[in-house]
Design a protein around this ligand. Structure first.
Ligand code: TPP
Ligand code: MG
Length: 249
């Protein structure tokens, strides 16, 4: 397979704003699929609602653009109905760990055999930039003009609290690493979560003083470094993989 085969080219140009990183992550996923040579008929992509959720519509495979927060639940149903399929969820942080947080908690706990690619732009992007569970403490958003009053949700901690787990953190800047962890996640026999550090220039970054997506991309470069052999959990500024394929307890 060639990466181009996974794309519905007639749907482009995409809906994403100039300077958005979602397309970069989407492209790396198509590269990962090419390298793993995943047949299109054996792949299903499920998204929720949001800018990230638009991705399902650009994949040239059977895909579902489900309702907001329900992507993991829909994906799990597809996987249960036909376990031979590779089911990839591609959606936003607000969708996956905000409104869909309950599905996320329990799919991870049950070790549902899904790959979840989360675009973590720390905001409900599509609807104008409301504070999300991923918004950093103190960050000014549309709905927290004086700064977010609570610390963000610990996605890594939730995933890793289960005996069997796979949590990877990548970034839209470090694309080779991102593609590598996507491949590992797709091949992982269980629930694999790829927390992809991203950004939203139009509905978050401008409020914080960034002029364009390029500046936000370089903020990712400055903020994160690779830890290829973590001994425990990743620190907040580290990218890498935390996993355990061992017994249930
Ligand atoms: C049940 C329901 N609640 C709220 C909305 C409005 N809504 C649409 S997209 C969105 C934000 C999505 O944020 P996220 O999942 O982080 O994706 P992003 O746009 O940031 O990529 C919201 C709140 C909706 N469509 N359905
Ligand atoms: Mg978001």
């Amino acid at each position: 397979m060639n990466y181009k085969d996974y794309v519905k080219w007639e749907r482009l140009p995409s809906t994403w704003c100039p300077g958005c990183a979602i397309g970069t992550v989407f492209k790396q996923l198509t590269f990962a699929l090419e390298k793993l040579n995943v047949p299109r008929e054996e792949l299903v992509v499920v998204s929720g609602i949001g800018c990230s959720g638009r991705t399902a519509g650009y994949f040239n495979v059977d895909s579902v653009h489900s309702t907001h927060g329900r992507a993991i639940a829909v994906a799990e149903g597809i996987k249960l109905a036909n376990p031979k399929l590779k089911v990839i969820v591609f959606s936003g942080d607000g969708d996956l760990v905000g409104i869909g947080g309950n599905h996320f908690l329990h799919a991870a706990r049950r070790n549902a055999d899904l790959t979840v690619i989360c675009i973590n732009n720390a905001i409900y992007g599509m609807t104008g930039g409301q504070m999300a569970p991923t918004t950093p403490l103190g960050a000014k958003t549309l709905t927290s003009p004086f700064g977010a009053h609570a610390a963000p949700i610990n996605i890594q901690g939730i995933v890793a609290s289960n005996a069997r787990h796979f949590y990877a953190r990548g970034s839209a800047y470090q694309i080779n690493h991102l593609q590598k962890i996507m491949r590992e996640a797709i091949e992982w026999p269980g629930f694999a979560f790829v927390d992809t550090m991203s950004f939203c220039i139009e509905n978050f970054g401008r409020r914080l003083g960034f002029k364009n997506g390029y500046e936000m991309l370089f903020k990712l470069k400055a903020d994160f470094r690779l830890n290829l052999n973590p001994t425990g959990l990743l620190k907040d500024n580290e990218l890498g993989v935390v996993k355990n394929a061992g017994p249930e307890s």
